[in-house]
Design a protein around this ligand. Structure first.
Ligand SMILES: Nc1ncnc2c1ncn2[C@@H]1O[C@H](COP(=O)(O)OP(=O)(O)OP(=O)(O)O)[C@@H](O)[C@H]1O
Length: 307
């Protein structure tokens, strides 16, 4: 059973099609990063997962249950950090957690959760109305963790977090996945996504334009890998030979150093071509396309996606 099954889902708001014939699955135990530019349809999709919004067409199943018809069953196994959440100003942080523990009939220790999300016991005694944005974000994450949910859905979990908070968030995502939970989260902070996700899905104009591991995305985009090569006996002919390789987009030479921008799968061809041309390769380093490069390749028209 997949943790999330989205099948032929379309969501229209009047004339606006927020999500268009979307289908994909997230396996149990997977950490899935949900990406896309502003307005691509991420929040709409998450809101349909949580039954906050009904699809115009198609079905959404979470943990094997229809999100709408069996919403109560689903909710028992779900931990949610929603977008634009609000805290209750007059309740303390600890009271928020106690409330979440009671309503989920869980037996978590509120202080252990406070510590896990980086709030002190004193913070827990304070009214949440006086919390900073990042503190409130930490508290709501803590509430999502109550009851060891099978699926964690986090909409922009890193918003407002300081670098230490962002690291704690990554650690928590990893710990939750190790425990066996599925984690589905949207984010614009691609470094975070790159650090924790098994797979990513990239939305654009209401559709999923890519769905793969980051390594898999590298293989299917034209986002370049950069090869920094140090070599002896670099001839003009050798440079010309490398330039002529299909998949090489740029070659820069500075003395005996070469910088070659190319598709990931022609790296070896670049090196063997140099050697065949009599160049003595001393050393090389590769800089793989970052998730940001891949994101740009899939969400702008500037770069071509080959598969
Ligand atoms: N309640 C609504 N009424 C009308 N249009 C809506 C509504 N909610 C979303 N939309 C539209 O649907 C499209 C997708 O919006 P959505 O909020 O899902 O994007 P997103 O990918 O989450 O964007 P962001 O990264 O900015 O949060 C947008 O064009 C948006 O204007």
């Amino acid at each position: 059973m997949a943790a999330i099954e989205i099948d032929g889902v379309t969501k229209r708001y009047g004339d606006v099609v927020a999500v268009r014939d979307l289908s994909f699955e997230v396996e149990e135990g997977e950490v899935f990063g949900f990406l896309g530019p502003n307005g691509a349809g991420k929040s709409t999709t998450i809101n349909m997962l949580l039954d906050f919004v009904r699809p115009t067409e198609g079905t959404v199943r979470v943990l094997g249950h229809d999100t709408h018809d069996e919403s109560v069953t689903v909710r028992d196994h779900l931990g949610v950090l929603p977008e634009g959440f609000s805290v209750y100003d007059r309740l303390t942080g600890r009271q928020h957690l106690e409330f979440a523990i009671e309503s989920k009939e869980a037996d978590d220790d509120p202080d252990a959760i406070l510590e896990r999300v980086g709030l002190s016991a004193e913070d827990g005694d304070r009214k949440a109305g006086g919390y900073s944005k990042g503190m409130a974000q930490r508290l709501v994450l803590g509430m999502a963790l109550v009851g060891d949910p099978d699926l964690l859905v986090l909409d922009e979990p890193s918003t407002g977090l300081d670098p230490q908070g962002a690291r704690q968030m990554r650690d928590i995502v990893r710990e939750e996945a190790e425990r066996g939970a599925t984690v589905f989260f949207s984010s614009h902070i691609l470094g975070q996504v790159e650090a924790v996700c098994d797979r990513v899905g990239i939305m654009r104009d209401g559709q999923l334009v890519a769905e793969d591991s980051i390594e898999g995305l590298r293989e299917t985009t034209s986002a370049d890998t950069v090869l920094d090569i140090v070599a002896d006996d670099v001839s003009e002919q050798a440079v010309a030979d490398v330039r002529a390789i299909d998949g090489v987009s740029e070659v820069e030479r500075s003395g005996d150093a070469l910088t070659v921008s190319c598709e990931s799968d022609v790296k070896t061809t670049v090196l063997t071509t140099l050697e065949d041309a009599g160049v003595d390769v001393q050393d090389f380093e590769t800089e793989e396309a970052s998730l940001e490069d891949l994101f740009m390749a899939y969400t702008t028209d500037e770069q071509e996606v080959t598969a």
